[in-house]
Design a protein around this ligand. Structure first.
Ligand code: NAD
Ligand code: UD1
Length: 339
C-alpha cells in the first residue's frame, strides 16, 4: 500500500518505517521536523536499504497537505505527528490543542478530499487516567488527567465520528502504553531535546554520565516497592503493531481502539536495576516527591491486539534496556546538534 506517515521522523515514526518498508509498503514521511531528525531518516534508509519520499510540512498547513496527498496519493495514513510532553501541555494547552487536534482535523479533511479512508492513529494509554481496575482493557472508562491526554481523547472521538460518516472507512486507534528502547542496530533511538522527561531516556543519560542522578518521583505508591509501575513496550514491537494495524485497516472497515502494551509491568526501581544490569553502569538515584499528574500503576490488557491484529509483544525490559543503552552509548549526543 501507499502509506503517508505523519511524524515519521520522530522516535516512534522512525522505528515504524523499518518494518513498514520491509513489508514493501510505499512510504511518504510528512513531518515538520520540530522534534524529528533528517538524520534519523537517513539512517532508516541505510538500515532498510529502501528509499521513500519525505515532505517537510506542518499538518496544520492545508496547502502543504494538499500537495502531499495530490502527489503521493496515499491509500492509508499512519498519524503520529503531534506534541507529546504532558508537563508542557499544562503550560501551553492551546498550542497542544492546535497542533494535535486542529492538525488532525486538517489531516482528515485532506484524506476526505482525496478519498483516502484508512488511518492508524497514535493514541495513548493516558486516555484512561487513573485506572479503576487493572489490567486496563479498551472498555475501561476514559478520563485523561492532562491537556495532552485530552487532545488524544478528542482526536479519538473525531476519528470515530469521521469514520461513522465516511462509508468504507477504517481506523485503528493504537493506545500505546510506555514505548521504550531502540532498534537493535543501535543506529536509531529516542533523541529528546534538552533534559528527558521520560524515564528510560533519563536513566540512559545517567548511565553515560551526562546526567548526574535520577530522581524517582514517588516512593510511596501502592506497588511492590513503592515506586510507580508501568507497562513498557519495546519500540520495535510497537513499530510492528503499526504494520499489523495497516494490514487490518486494509481489509476491515470500522473504528477500533486497541491497546499496545506488553501486558506486564515493571516498577521504576525494577527498570533502574534492569538498566544497571544491561549497561554495567551504576544508576545513582534519590527518591523525590510524586510528580503531579502521574498515575500509580498502568498495565495493558493486550488481548484485543492479539485477537484483532495478531500482534503481541515479544521483547521484555531487558531488551528495552540493552537496546536503549546501545543507542545512548553509541550516540551520546543523539543525532547531534539539536540541543
Ligand atoms: P516524537 O516527538 O519523537 O515524534 C513526533 C514527530 O512529529 C516529530 O518528528 C515531529 O517533528 C513531528 N511533528 C510534531 N508536530 C508536527 C506538526 N504539527 N506537523 C508535522 N509534524 C509534526 O514523538 P514520538 O514519541 O515518536 O510519538 C509519536 C506519537 O505517538 C505522538 O503522537 C505521541 O503523542 C504518541 N505517543 C507517544 C508515546 C511515547 O511515549 N513516545 C506514548 C503514547 C503516545
Ligand atoms: C507519560 C504520559 C503519557 C505519555 C508518555 C510519553 C502521564 C500520566 N503519562 O507516561 O501520556 O504518552 O509519558 O510521553 O503523564 N519517572 C521518574 N523519574 C524521571 C522520569 C520518570 O521517577 O525522571 C517515573 C514516573 O514518575 C513514572 C515512570 O517513571 O512512574 C514512567 O514515567 P514516564 O516515562 O514519564 O512515562 P509516563 O508518565 O508513564
Amino acid at each position: 500500500m501507499r502509506v503517508l506517515v505523519t511524524g515519521g521522523a520522530g522516535y516512534v515514526g522512525s522505528h515504524t518505517l523499518l518494518p513498514l518498508l520491509r513489508a514493501r509498503h510505499h512510504v511518504l514521511v510528512f513531518d515538520n521536523f520540530s522534534n524529528g531528525s533528517p538524520e534519523a531518516l537517513r539512517r532508516v534508509k541505510q538500515l532498510s536499504n529502501a528509499d521513500f519520499d519525505v515532505c517537510a510540512g506542518d499538518i496544520r498547513d492545508a496547502q502543504k497537505l494538499e500537495q502531499a496527498f495530490g502527489e503521493f496519493r496515499p491509500d492509508a495514513v499512519i498519524h503520529l505527528a503531534g506534541l507529546k510532553s504532558v508537563g508542557e501541555s499544562d503550560r501551553r494547552p492551546l498550542e497542544y490543542y492546535s497542533q494535535n487536534v486542529v492538525g488532525s482535523i486538517e489531516l482528515l479533511k485532506a484524506m476526505q478530499r482525496h478519498h483516502c479512508r484508512k488511518i492508524v492513529f497514535s493514541s495513548s494509554a493516558t486516555v484512561y487516567g487513573e485506572a479503576r481496575y487493572l489490567p486496563c482493557d479498551e472498555e475501561h472508562p476514559t478520563l485523561p488527567l492532562k491537556p495532552y491526554g485530552r487532545t488524544k481523547y478528542f482526536i479519538e472521538q473525531i476519528i470515530r465520528d469521521w469514520s461513522s460518516a465516511e462509508a468504507g472507512s477504517s481506523a485503528v486507534l493504537l493506545r500505546y502504553f510506555n514505548p521504550a528502547g531502540a532498534d537493535a542496530s543501535g543506529r536509531i533511538g529516542e533523541d529528546p531535546i534538552g533534559v528527558p522527561a521520560n524515564l528510560v531516556p533519563y536513566i540512559a543519560q545517567v548511565a553515560t554520565g551526562r546526567l548526574a542522578s535520577l530522581r524517582i518521583f514517588g516512593g510511596d505508591y501502592e506497588t511492590r516497592d513503592g515506586t510507580g509501575e508501568r507497562d513498557f513496550v519495546h519500540v520495535e514491537d510497537l513499530a510492528r503493531a503499526h504494520v499489523a494495524a495497516i494490514d487490518h485497516v486494509a481489509r476491515s472497515p470500522g473504528c477500533e481502539a486497541i491497546n499496545v502494551g506488553a501486558g506486564s509491568g515493571a516498577t521504576v526501581l525494577e527498570m533502574v536495576k534492569a538498566f544497571e544490569k544491561a549497561s554495567g553502569m551504576p544508576i545513582p538515584f534519590t527518591i523525590a516527591a510524586r510528580r503531579e499528574g502521574d498515575v500509580s500503576r498502568s498495565l495493558a490488557a493486550a488481548r484485543k491486539a492479539e485477537s484483532m491484529l495478531g500482534w503481541k509483544a515479544e521483547r521484555d525490559i531487558a531488551d528495552i534496556c540493552e537496546t536503549a543503552w546501545r543507542w545512548q552509548s553509541g550516540n551520546p549526543d543523539g543525532y547531534g546538534n539539536r540541543k
